[in-house]
Design a protein around this ligand. Structure first.
Ligand code: BGC
Length: 905
């Protein structure tokens, strides 16, 4: 009897993916075992064209044969080329260290349309429109017949604008806001749906609604529309697959008909207006008369840029009930959902025909308790619903092609008494499954973690955005770069970022990375045109930092290969901006965006100069690229970039560091960057850290950092033995600090340290989002240092897991878990009466290195026994002031008397 099971089979990170266009997909699986120190010694992947091919003894399409290796992630399919629409089944047999063998159950993947050989045409309603303002959403429909021996049906679809599909009166799929947002001119994703269960023998109808969305709705902060084009259009193929193998294809073509829908206005920023009296009941089913419908016409738009979906779908998630109804001094009736969320409000109502309900969405109330919308700038976030007047059932409405960032909703025009049950907050975000949890004994820090997660949900709507509410919601590269490591803890994000990075690459301008991806700034009159819409330090460096982070967290070397040219062209570009002395002085810079600049007399602070930040990132990105070149086996390029990185570091020291080790203007960010990026010579580091600590003490244990310095501040402190100072900054409750907004009742991360000031007034309405994940980048420190779950960069993807918590900050316990590619990792500690108990779980086929800080071997135990006796423990070493224990998979309970107290700040 084997004690091992094999499960969680993934293809390109997904469970049984439908419609992938990756020609050689990568396969991963997980091994579970009751044994300590379990690992895989070999695998055999078997792929067949049908389920029976795999269960019987017929010849397989591809059999890897037994491969002796511990590799269980990203095993590349190397069988025969697969055809469009082909579904294959697979399983894997695994050998473990005990010589046991176990086989997984079956999984599958199905290929998409592959190289875009579309038979369908782009179609658009045959009418003229004034697209300077929002137009009614069109309905498109086509009838078709199905014979009796149908075995499967698929839809492949995309649109210019957003689409929703209907088939015989039913919704197709559960995704929303498809086809998502990409750099449409270069890459427009199509989606694949299995509609076998929706089609029926005889007459059928396929239909679509088209919304303006990102394509031609309001986009960017200049109030402009039509950034990508003016015509909405549909591209669709419905494949009917019959028992005899015949495939009939129903296309978007001139047989479709078009009419207006009840959605009169639809806009991402502005909201939606829906008049239920204008519904056309039965329009999406057979037998509906279309005599008064319009024709459609073909639209001349390329199809070569249509690509398979590479990121996750956007879906509905939580359905929140409002927690209270408030009445404001202005006379507004306001729903409070108790959580700043992103999505929309669903209305359930009964009332007279023609009644219009208006919902206005906002993140906060003002000091008087009125709805506060000034910080939305030009975004209206307004939903209007006009009742058709049903008497025997409720009318239930939710919007289609828009989303709102809100906690409060002012309701106007509701017929009769409204109750909490009349509304739901539908939370919408990219389907990036949760992977991490963090919890500790301080409820304020737990709320911080909660706020970070909600900030991630609300800002991961196909694109990682700065904020989800005002007339912006753009893929700001700087925000993404600082937050990505935290993102990788909270949720499974490799495909989300793979998709975004592909857009980043295609939008690069001669290597220069645009400030936002997909780039829209070059399309608007922002005054940031040309060079000013791209090429800023710490923003453009997303091109290198993001793929590097995904590689570290998921061991994804294919992404590094794919992005290599993009990274190298960015690094080459920034070096071209330095006048060959390696100091980056030129160009528009955001600097340490929104840093605390001593406007408060208590804490006068200089700013960290642009040249210093630019040069620090120049050195850092170049060094990362050198490492990446080495990983990709490009020794010459590795040497070249490593040489350049060395020169940039030397220039940094020469220009910004005094021989006594003062860095630049002596700001927290200056020290943080110099130390985190390893720019200083070894001997100068300890005193640079001391200067940083002195700066923090001067500021009375407040941070004064902005977007650029904040993410690394605590990491630098804990790395250099000042975890106690990091904890003091983390525990700080007065402004500026992470916990100040929490004391003010925040339920998401704020854009500004003082979005709501201590006197209750607001920061500048022009830039005051209450849902901005950038400062949530402290999240990775909670996981990596407080709970202590870290990656060994030499064994990425958590193949070797470092567990090295640094208890402190008055916490009596902390725990975190992470669903890695190999399975669940857990680290949980309690600290009572100087006695540390640490429980660690390491999944099969990985190894762990535990560091017990401030410990001596003699005082350390596992399950109450001497360390050397316990199963799974491979090696125990006493290092200076810590015990280092190497383990194999399993769950361990360590106990140790806290001897060296220095981390316990
Ligand atoms: C965004 C930021 C962004 C910044 C660039 C702002 O409007 O909201 O988060 O990074 O512009 O400086």
């Amino acid at each position: 009897m084997t004690t091992m099971t094999i499960s969680n089979l993934k293809c390109e990170y997904q469970d049984n993916p439908l419609g992938i266009d990756v020609l050689q997909p990568r396969l991963s699986w997980q091994m579970q075992s009751e044994h300590y120190g379990a690992y895989q010694t070999g695998y055999q992947v078997m792929v067949g064209g049908s389920e029976t091919e795999l269960t019987g003894d017929r010849e397989l399409m591809w059999d890897s044969g037994k491969v002796e290796t511990d590799q269980s992630t990203h095993v590349v399919y190397r069988g025969p080329s697969l055809a469009a629409g082909q579904r294959v089944y697979w399983k894997v047999k695994v050998w473990n260290e005990q010589g046991e063998v176990s086989e997984s159950s079956l999984a599958w993947w199905e290929m998409g349309l592959l190289d875009g050989k579309w038979k369908a045409d782009w179609i658009t309603p045959d009418w003229d429109e004034n697209t300077n303002c929002s137009q009614p959403v069109p309905l498109l429909r086509r009838e078709f017949k199905v014979n009796s021996d149908l075995v499967a049906a698929r839809i492949y679809a995309t649109s210019l604008g957003l689409y929703e599909l209907r088939l015989n009166g039913q919704c197709v799929g559960d995704a929303v806001l498809t086809p998502g947002w990409t750099s449409y001119d270069h890459r427009l994703q199509y989606q694949t749906y299995d509609v076998t269960g929706l089609v029926r023998q005889g007459e059928n109808v396929v239909g679509a609604l088209l919304g303006d969305g990102w394509y031609r709705g309001n986009l960017g902060y200049t109030g402009e529309r039509n950034l990508y084009g003016t015509r909405l259009a549909l591209l669709l193929q419905l494949h009917l697959i019959y028992a005899n193998g015949r495939v009939e294809i129903i296309c978007s073509d001139e047989q479709w008909r078009a009419a207006n829908s009840p959605i009169l206005i639809s806009d991402i920023y502005m909201g939606e207006t829906y008049d239920a009296r204008q519904e056309k009941p039965g329009w999406d089913d057979a037998g509906f008369g279309t005599n008064d419908w319009h024709c459609v016409r073909q639209l001349d738009y390329p199809k070569e840029n249509v690509v398979g979906q590479d990121g996750p779908f956007i879906r509905r998630h939580e359905r929140l009930q409002p927690v209270q109804i408030l009445h404001s001094p202005k006379g507004e009736t306001i729903l409070d959902f108790g959580q700043n969320m992103v999505g929309w409000t669903q209305i359930r109502v009964r009332g007279p025909r023609g009644t219009t309900i208006t919902l206005r969405h906002a993140e906060v109330l003002d000091q008087q308790g009125n709805l506060y919308t000034d910080n939305l700038r030009k975004a209206k976030q307004e939903t209007r619903y006009t009742l058709k007047g049903l008497t025997d059932v409720d009318e239930v409405y939710e919007p289609h092609f828009t989303f709102q960032g809100f906690r409060y909703v002012a309701v106007d025009g509701f017929p009769g008494e409204l109750t909490l049950d009349n509304f739901k907050g539908i939370v919408v975000h990219s389907d990036t499954p949760p992977t991490g949890t963090f919890e500790c004994s301080n409820p304020l820090i737990n709320q911080l973690q909660h706020n970070i997660v909600w900030g991630q949900k609300g800002n991961f709507i196909d694109v990682p955005t700065d904020c989800p509410q005002r007339d912006e919601r753009l893929g700001w590269t700087g925000d993404t770069q600082v937050y990505i490591r935290t993102a990788c803890f909270n949720m499974s994000v490799p495909t989300f970022f793979t998709k975004w990075l592909r857009d980043l690459s295609v939008d690069q301008i001669n290597g220069s990375v645009t400030h936002v991806v997909p780039d829209v700034l070059t399309r608007t009159n922002t005054g940031l045109e040309g060079a000013h819409s791209s090429g800023a330090a710490a923003w453009g460096d997303a091109a290198v930092i993001c793929p590097w982070t995904i590689y570290l967290c998921y061991d994804d070397t294919r992404l590094l290969e794919e992005q290599y040219e993009s990274m190298a062209s960015w690094v080459t570009y920034i070096h071209s901006r330095t006048d060959e002395d390696f100091i980056w002085r030129k160009d528009f810079q955001f600097g340490d965006w929104l840093d605390f600049r001593g406007k408060d007399e208590r804490l006068p602070t200089p700013m960290t100069n642009y040249e210093l930040i630019g040069t620090a990132f120049l050195a850092y990105s170049t060094q990362l690229l050198a490492n990446i070149a080495r990983i990709l086996n490009k020794p010459k390029e590795a040497e070249h970039y490593s040489d350049l990185a060395g020169k940039a570091k030397a220039a940094f020291n020469c220009e910004f560091v005094t021989p006594a080790g003062r860095v630049g203007p002596n700001t927290q960010t200056a020290y943080v960057l110099a130390l985190h990026f390893d720019l200083l010579p070894e001997p100068l580091r300890p005193q640079a850290v001391r200067r940083l600590v002195a700066e923090i003490q001067n500021a009375n244990y407040h941070l004064t950092t902005g977007f650029v310095g904040t993410p690394y501040l605590c990491h630098v402190l804990s790395r250099y033995g000042y975890a106690n100072i990091a904890y003091r900054v983390l525990n700080q409750e007065s402004y500026p600090s992470w916990l100040y907004p929490i004391k003010q009742g925040a339920t998401t991360i704020w854009e500004r340290w003082d979005g709501i000031k201590p006197d209750g007034t607001f920061q500048d309405a022009e830039m005051n989002s209450f849902n901005h994940y950038a400062y949530g980048a402290i999240g990775d420190w909670l996981y990596q240092v407080v709970a202590g779950i870290e990656i060994d960069p030499n064994a990425p993807g958590y193949r070797r897991i470092l567990i090295q918590p640094q208890p402190g900050g008055g916490l009596t316990c902390a725990k975190a878990s992470l669903d890695s590619m190999y399975g669940k990792i857990e680290s949980k500690w309690t600290l009572e009466n100087n006695y540390l108990q640490l429980t660690v779980t390491i999944p099969a086929n990985t190894e762990g290195v535990i560091r017990l800080p401030g410990q001596l071997i003699d005082n350390s135990t596992e399950q109450g026994k001497d360390l050397s006796q316990e199963k799974g423990i491979r090696e125990v070493q006493q290092k200076k002031d810590e015990v280092v224990i190497s383990i194999g998979s399993g769950t361990y309970h360590f106990g140790a008397k806290q001897n060296l107290d220095k981390h316990n700040g």
